[in-house]
Write a new protein. Structure first.
Length: 275
């Protein structure tokens, strides 16, 4: 995140927002800047990719489903916009620790112990590590002591749209993002790669709420896509994973998506129309 902060300081904050007498390395200034940058960045990612997905990928026929709520899209967006600033508070604390040099993020490919192959391997390990972490955190949030207080608001959307992707209770949203932020404190990771992965996970979160259930046949039971996550919203105790089905299969929570078996939301709508 220091790359983003440095760019903001160089091109905007120092000459136009802060007085030149306020040092760019001063902790209070860094915290304030990170809070603004994090919120603007999260808002831009959510609204840009959510809107693109909603208009060009999401099947609007799903809005005819009986479990699609009245004014649902507006309610999803409103809930997300209210939650994102609160989610950003602990997130900024972790970004601040990164900026102050406490993480294992590095600047140059030469700093990787294994060069370019190390960068590629770190991308894979990031995906598998965060998938594992999110699985167990997500599953824990379904425990009766936590579910009603923190995770139930996200399950209000039975037939979700891309805008439901970030419509979490703030505690829920931060807890499920925690593995992304913990990774660079445990393992070396290239800074630009980290930024790219951060964008990717936000886009992926939107994609598993987009109602497009198409997955290459060979990967249907490997990739945790929108069909899997739709069944999670509908049937509650299944498909907690983020990218892959691995941990659901290990944890006994895997469910073959109903959409792959001719029993999904689209099939239900088709039967309604035939009556």
């Amino acid at each position: 995140m220091d790359l983003v902060l440095d760019a903001a300081d160089r091109h905007l904050l120092t000459p136009y927002v802060y007085p030149t007498s306020w040092s760019e390395g001063e902790p209070c200034r860094q915290l304030l800047s990170l809070f603004v940058i994090t919120n603007l960045g999260a808002l831009a990612l959510y609204l840009l990719f959510g809107t693109l997905s909603y208009h060009f990928i999401f099947d609007h026929n799903l809005k005819k489903h009986p479990q699609f709520l009245e004014n649902q899209v507006r309610r999803e967006i409103t809930y997300a916009l209210r939650s994102l600033p609160w989610i950003s508070v602990p997130t900024v604390a972790l970004f601040f620790a990164e900026v102050r040099g406490y993480s294992k993020l590095y600047d140059n490919i030469e700093d990787s112990p294994y060069g370019w192959s190390g960068v590629f391997l770190s991308m894979l390990s990031f995906l598998f590590f965060t998938d594992m972490g999110i699985y167990w955190i997500h599953r824990a949030l379904h425990h009766k002591l936590l579910y009603k207080r923190f995770h139930k608001p996200h399950h209000l959307w039975k037939i979700a749209t891309p805008f439901a992707s970030h419509a979490f209770h703030p505690v829920d949203g931060f807890m499920q993002s925690l593995p992304y932020h913990v990774y660079p404190f445990l393992f070396p990771l290239h800074k630009i790669t980290y930024l790219g992965l951060y964008i990717f996970v936000n886009v992926w979160t939107i994609s598993i709420h987009d109602g497009d259930y198409r997955v290459p046949r060979l990967l249907r039971h490997v990739i945790n896509g929108s069909a899997h996550h739709t069944d999670h919203h509908l049937y509650f105790d299944y498909n907690y994973g983020q990218y892959f089905t691995l941990w659901d299969k290990i944890g006994g929570s895997y469910k073959s998506p109903t959409a792959f078996e001719g029993k999904g939301p689209h099939d239900y709508l088709r039967k309604l129309q035939e009556k």
